[in-house]
Design a protein around this ligand. Structure first.
Ligand SMILES: [Zn+2]
Ligand SMILES: [Zn+2]
Length: 216
């Protein structure tokens, strides 16, 4: 597994203070995976085998193209295309099997898999640090936001990994952080809506919609 190259130390996640820390973490993992895959890794046989099989989703094809390294991307596409041709038409597969395979090629993504894999590991590491280190716990609760999907991730992984007492603490912290985030975004979007009223003197936050969507 080469995934460790695309991961980051869990202790770094609270160094910044902007939005949801786990959204930042996912974004970093994504950038790292894209940089890695569009560089020398694309020429490595074991990586090529995986990218040939899985390909990429729409978002990450766009990400690879915008990395600017056209030749490695083109070479990867060339062999991925061949893999699809061979897999679909190289034998006597039934229509059902071919449809299944074609769907699998379309749905697969090497970058999504790598990010999911590393993100899951890091959330497990997060629960361990949360249990052991009071400063780490404090740094977590002082983060400005927690989004809805990452609230769900932390509760799920926390319940699995932690003892009852520590989990109750994590649950309370997550509740508090998500409630605060939703209140803040509710107030922001309400002010934005109100700014359309006739005679309103409210100066709207032009990013209210984007900021709300980010946490949902
Ligand atoms: Zn998040
Ligand atoms: Zn993807």
């Amino acid at each position: 597994m080469k995934e460790d190259i695309c991961t980051i130390p869990i202790s770094e996640i609270f160094d910044e203070s902007d939005g949801c820390p786990f959204c930042r973490l996912r974004k970093k993992l994504e950038t790292r995976a894209l940089d890695y895959i569009s560089g020398a890794a694309m020429m490595e046989p074991d990586i090529r085998i995986k990218t040939n099989e899985k390909g990429f989703c729409e978002k990450h094809y766009a990400g690879l193209v915008s990395c600017g390294k056209r030749l490695p991307v083109a070479l990867m596409l060339q062999s991925h295309c061949n893999e699809i041709r061979f897999s679909l038409f190289g034998g006597n597969a039934s229509a059902k099997k071919k449809a299944e395979k074609a769907r699998g090629f379309h749905d697969g993504c090497y970058v999504c898999d790598s990010v999911d894999f590393n993100f899951r590991n890091l959330t497990v590491q997060f629960t361990r640090m949360y249990k052991q280190d009071e400063d780490f716990r404090k740094a977590f609760t002082q983060q400005p936001q927690l989004c809805v999907p990452h609230y769900a991730d932390l509760l799920a992984v926390g319940e699995k990994e932690l003892d009852k007492r520590t989990f109750a603490k994590l649950e309370a912290d997550c509740d508090l952080m998500l409630a605060r985030t939703l209140k803040e975004e509710y107030d922001r979007i309400s002010a934005f809506c109100k700014s359309f009223d006739y005679n309103s003197e409210i100066v709207p936050d032009g990013k209210a919609i984007e900021k709300m969507i980010e946490v949902l």
